[in-house]
Ligand binder design. Structure first.
Ligand SMILES: [Zn+2]
Length: 399
């Protein structure tokens, strides 16, 4: 893909020569016969690489007609690329190790390095980076090295669906070195399709010359059949995770029903919050100072109350922020309004905590969401009991 350089771009020039100017056939000094120009982005900016091409001057030499180019050219970039290796590595590392998006990469290249590339160009080069990475990951020599001290192999296969409705990505992993061997998207999970992957796994194991001690999967029909025929006699076990999930299914269903019941019982948060916020409002109303003349440090306690109440009242969906609570207590000095405010903030704080608990759906089979909810609600109740026992006063009765 040709890159269109803006008019007037100034390039940093790099001249390259062949390492050995002597003809490899007859040993004569070779002459420069042509120049090849390569314009590209490096992290130093727009760069022009000038390759001096040479050939043997002896017309009777066996090497006649052959042109030699500088070896160093490939250490800067690949032919026809619009970027050097440095930019390619910069892109690939940020994309795959840090999960930056393409627009984010484009903007950062522009802002920090003044390199102007389109999203399409960035995607193209990320594709090249990925291809090289996969080739390196699957290189037989590197793989043999990684498996030198491993006696036997344990293989797994699983299908992942990154997005519903898309093709499933089948991943074959080896557990002894915790390495993804290969992955392939398949349109169907039919046995012949899956078998092809199992065959490739067998070929890999054969090339490594290591015995396969076992297979692990969710025991889909296609996996069971293909593995049984390609790896006869090799044990095929259920994956812990899938096994646990399947066994726990009835428990999770009961748990989910319990959650619905608890939600039904713990309600009316909105009404409590509204009452607290309304209690703040009349206190703020008689405040005479116009808002622009009011400074935070001089403001009477009432101003603090209105500032604290306003953000909560205006955001009907949002939770009351601790910022506003801090602002209120920071500004207010003494008096009844302060105590009222503090009690109100405590009530709002409890409401926020309980809403967080009701909306939390985390938790796996060993610690299901409903059980977590019940524990968390018990913590809130204990906390309320402690507050009420600690201070028996008129204000606390509001809680
Ligand atoms: Zn020669």
């Amino acid at each position: 893909m040709a890159y269109r350089w803006p008019a007037g771009t100034t390039f940093k020039r790099i001249d390259l020569d062949v390492q050995d100017r002597l003809c490899p056939v007859c040993g004569r000094a070779m002459h420069v016969c042509d120049h090849r120009y390569h314009h590209l982005w490096t992290l130093q900016g727009p760069t022009q690489v000038v390759n001096r091409l040479v050939r043997c001057p002896d017309t009777s030499c066996q090497s006649r007609g052959r042109t030699f180019s500088p070896e160093a050219e490939l250490s800067i970039s690949m032919p026809r690329w619009c970027m050097g290796w440095d930019v390619l590595c910069w892109l690939g590392h940020r994309r795959f190790a840090r999960h930056w998006s393409v627009p984010q990469l484009r903007l950062e290249l522009k802002d920090t390095h003044q390199i102007a590339l389109s999203d399409d160009a960035i995607e193209h080069y990320i594709g090249l980076y990925q291809t090289m990475l996969a080739a390196r990951q699957q290189d037989p020599a590197r793989l043999a090295e990684a498996y030198r001290d491993i006696e036997s192999l344990v293989l797994t296969i699983d299908g992942l669906q990154p997005e519903k409705g898309h093709e499933t990505l089948y991943v074959v992993r080896e557990l002894m070195s915790k390495r993804v061997w290969f992955a392939e998207p398949l349109l169907s999970s039919a046995t012949p399709e899956v078998r092809r992957l199992i065959v490739v796994a067998r070929q890999w194991a054969e090339r490594l010359d290591k015995p396969v001690r076992g297979w692990m999967s969710d025991k889909q029909d296609a996996f069971v059949k293909a593995i049984a025929s390609e790896f006869p006699g090799v044990p095929h076990r259920y994956c812990y995770n899938h096994f646990l999930r399947d066994v726990a299914q009835p428990v999770l269903e009961l748990d989910s029903r319990a959650k619905v019941k608890m939600r039904r019982k713990v309600r009316g948060l909105r009404a409590i919050e509204r009452r607290v916020l309304e209690a703040h409002r009349p206190a703020a109303a008689p405040e005479p100072t116009p808002p622009d003349e009011r400074s935070k440090t001089d403001a009477p306690p009432l101003a603090g109350a209105s500032e604290a109440a306003a953000p909560c009242a205006s955001s009907d969906l949002g939770l009351p922020t601790t910022d506003s609570a801090l602002a209120a207590t920071g500004v207010a000095t003494t008096g009844e309004a302060l105590v009222e405010d503090e009690a109100g903030e405590v009530v709002l704080g409890y409401c926020a905590a309980v809403r967080g608990i009701l909306n939390d759906s985390q938790g796996g089979p060993l610690h299901p969401p409903g059980l977590r909810m019940r524990e968390a609600l018990q913590d809130v109740r204990d906390s309320l009991d402690r507050s009420l026992q600690g201070k028996k006063g008129g204000l606390q009765s509001r809680c």
